[in-house]
Design a protein around this ligand. Structure first.
Ligand SMILES: [Zn+2]
Length: 267
């Protein structure tokens, strides 16, 4: 039954039952979840690019497993969260309403690979430290530093986290490696954006087009930053950082000090 694409892999559990027909883990009472059966069936019976329908799933897995389309959709969502790319007619005009396509296969759910996969989603402490250092301790999206307030929202203090530049699932479906370059410092607010809705990083041509719009002076600064491999902070940026590190009272005094200068300028 399994197609040649995955025929070198074991499609039967230790008791000889194909994974997609199991209801319990062999020799235990532990339920073998429906997502596991669904993932196993797709993995061994569909090649990348193949289309499947709900009726096909009902035939293969039995009517009890698929049930309402809402149940099926919930299961498909679970698979999509672990690297499976399964567009429906909503994502792709060429598909009929009950059709889905296997665009990429993800985590082999039936082998409990999802647990291992989730582990690799969180960075090691070393990665975290390196990325924070490299990014100068600031959110690369909006530029905020830890404990700084958001513009116009004095009570909302930034927390820094590190996140993926390109979602890990997407990298995996492209067969690309996940490395330090794919991590970046983000504040919790910027990180909250649903990752799948973030477009891919700008294409080279788009970046070049924007570079052309910069002033000559800005282009020179950009060149310097690129040469150094980091954004150098100006004197102003540095003094701002130092000012923020002052105590609240000292900062208030500094504000008063500056305000006095400006009110005397005005006169
Ligand atoms: Zn941010």
């Amino acid at each position: 039954m399994p197609e040649e694409t995955n025929s070198n892999e074991e499609f039967r559990a230790s008791d000889g039952t194909p994974f997609w027909e199991l209801s319990r883990f062999p020799g235990t009472n532990r339920r073998f979840g429906q997502e596991r059966r669904l993932a196993a069936w797709l993995w061994f019976n569909k090649a990348v690019g193949d289309i499947f329908t709900m009726n096909e799933l009902r035939d293969a897995l039995g009517p009890n497993i698929v049930g309402e389309s809402e149940h099926l959709n919930r299961r498909l969502r679970k698979l999509r969260a672990v690297g499976w790319v399964l567009p429906s007619y909503k994502d792709d005009d060429s598909l009929k309403p009950d059709e889905y396509r296997v665009e990429a296969k993800g985590v082999r759910y039936w082998l409990d690979e999802d647990r291992k996969a989730h582990k690799s989603f969180s960075p090691s402490r070393r990665t975290r430290r390196l990325v924070l250092e490299r990014d100068g301790g600031r959110c690369v999206v909006c530029g905020i530093a830890a404990k700084e307030s958001y513009p116009g929202e004095p009570d909302k203090k930034a927390k820094l986290t590190i996140g993926h530049r390109v979602p890990q699932e997407r990298l995996r479906t492209r067969g690309a490696a996940d490395d330090l370059d794919n991590w970046r410092t983000e504040c919790a607010w910027c990180n909250e954006t649903v990752r799948d809705e973030i477009p891919d990083p700008q294409q080279y041509d788009e970046v070049v087009a924007q570079v052309k719009r910069l002033s000559r002076r800005d282009r020179r600064t950009l060149l310097n930053w690129l040469h150094r491999g980091e954004r150098t902070r100006s004197d102003l940026d540095r003094v701002y950082d130092q000012s923020r590190a002052l105590t609240h009272n000292e900062r208030e005094s500094l504000i008063t000090h500056l305000q006095k200068q400006f009110s005397s300028d005005d006169n």
